[in-house]
Design a protein around this ligand. Sequence first.
Ligand code: CA
Length: 250
Amino acid sequence: MRVISCGITDVGLKRGHNEDNYLINEELNLFVVADGMGGHAGGEYASAICVNTVEEVVTSLELNGQVEDSDDPVEVAREKLRYAIQLAGRRIHEKANQMPEYNSMGTTVVVILLDAGNAVIAHVGDSRVYMLRDGKAEQLTDDHSLVYQKVKEGLITAEQAKTHRMRNVITRSLGYLEDVEVDVQVRAVRRGDRFLLCSDGLCGHLELEEIGELMARLGPQDAARRMVDLACERGGEDNITAVIAAVEDV
Ligand code: CA
């Protein structure tokens, strides 16, 4: 597969430091965004452990027997991401327990691995993946957040969710518990597909249609830059991260 990609992270206008981390590994076609949380330096430490662990596991061919029963490459990729994210969660949880200053740290994560005509997508938390195909954008991930759940259940509207007092409550993250459930999905990829991975500091300020329009009109670098700038112009109260992967050929 031939993929063009780029990533931008920005501290935003209100925060003293950037707790988001991202990773682009062009050799593996591996893309990760993690949005850390927790006092002091905890958030950036948690998101760094996360992206590094995911890369380490996906890079290593040895999987500690986690997927030895399967010779289906898609199944292997699914399990690889699941295992990588769970290991990241255990490492963060362990560090948080060992060091009082990292006590409450955690992170969200979204991962895409493009391989053999497929996009394997894994996530925990409220960072998101969007896909652009045929000029239309679609959100591929369901936020693990309280307000997202309430919108799905029809208890509040998407408009109300934006200003809800509990809009920052995440129902699943890495680090809080030793084990975490990871959502993994597989999409067949077509030439021309574009993927956006982002933290909530970005998607909290941009509508789906806008994301689609920018990804369709601009190249990955310009689209990511424009999205981050727009999120800043509209408040920029959180850290903002965008990673775009454009499939040039399958
Ligand atoms: Ca955030």
